[in-house]
Every structure is written in C-alpha cells, then in structure tokens.
Design a protein around this ligand. Structure first.
Ligand SMILES: [Zn+2]
Length: 159
C-alpha cells in the first residue's frame, strides 16, 4: 500500500469513424422525389386542419390523422430563416460558402429546407444585404434529375 504509484491518466488518441449506411425512404418520400424528377413539388394535406406539409408527412402532427391527399404546391415561397455557412464539416456536400434556408413554399404550412444561391456568396455583408427574412425565393431546377433533393439545384432570390 505504501508504494502505490499515482495513477496515470489513460492515454487518449483521436480517431474518426465513418459509418456509411443506406436507408429506405418510405413511400411518402419516394413519391416526393418522383415528383421532383418532373419539376413538381408535392406535399400532403391534412383533411382535418387543411395544413399542407412539404416535405410530405404521412400524418398531421397536430390532428394525428393520416395525410392521404397529395397536392402540388408553388415553386416560390418566402424565406422563414436562413444562415451563412463558410465552414466545411464532415459529410458536407456543398462547398462553402453557402446559404442554407428554410422556405415556406406558397400554399404550405411548414418550412422546407434547401439553399439559396445564384449570385456571389463570397462576401457575407453583400449576402446579408440581399437575403431578408420574408423575402421571396423561387426554385431553380437542375437539368439532370436524379430523384433527390438536389433535383432542385437551389432557390434564387425573386426581386
Ligand atoms: Zn391536421
């Protein structure tokens, strides 16, 4: 007991773990992505409260009723919130700087997350002068469709 050495702190090393995975998107998202291939933005509608969800939800989180009605919504909307990202982080597919945005598409009742682009994003102050809460944006489609969220290339500012 008298010769007990003080315990050393366990040695640590930094490592990163990548976990590739695939997941089933389910029937709602499948239909949504198929719509994007045809340049249609589809949502689901609650028959009780009439709210329209984009991206589509299989049920209304307020009424807990199944959303069985599909509707095509507008390709323009208003900026609910946005931010400026100039950092690269693991898993990021967009090269910074980029502008994530939450858009409430016309005729819908919830935010749809995508990005704003179509102009020089290199200067934050210039971006901030152009991108406003409540400002109008419009979907710009990729020519090549893959049935993914990036079939919408970005949202452009509508002036
Ligand atoms: Zn509802």
């Amino acid at each position: 007991m008298a010769d007990e050495k003080p315990k050393e702190k366990p040695r640590e090393m930094r490592a990163e773990v990548t976990v590739p995975y695939e997941m089933a998107v389910g029937s709602n998202w499948h239909r949504f992505f198929e719509g994007l291939k045809e340049e249609k933005i589809l949502g689901t509608k609650c028959r009780k409260c009439n709210r329209i969800f984009v991206p589509p939800r299989s049920f209304c989180p307020r009424c807990f009723d199944d959303n069985e009605e599909w509707v095509e919504v507008g390709q323009e909307g208003r900026i609910e919130t946005w931010c400026y990202s100039n950092l690269m982080f693991p898993g990021q597919t967009l090269k910074p700087p980029f502008v994530p945005v939450q858009v409430v598409l016309d005729g819908t009742d919830m935010g749809f997350q995508h990005r704003i682009a179509g102009f020089d994003l290199s200067d934050f102050e210039k971006v901030r002068a152009l991108v406003k809460f409540g400002g109008r944006v419009r979907a710009v489609w990729n020519k090549e469709k893959k049935g993914t969220i990036f079939d919408i290339d970005y949202f452009e500012l509508v002036t």
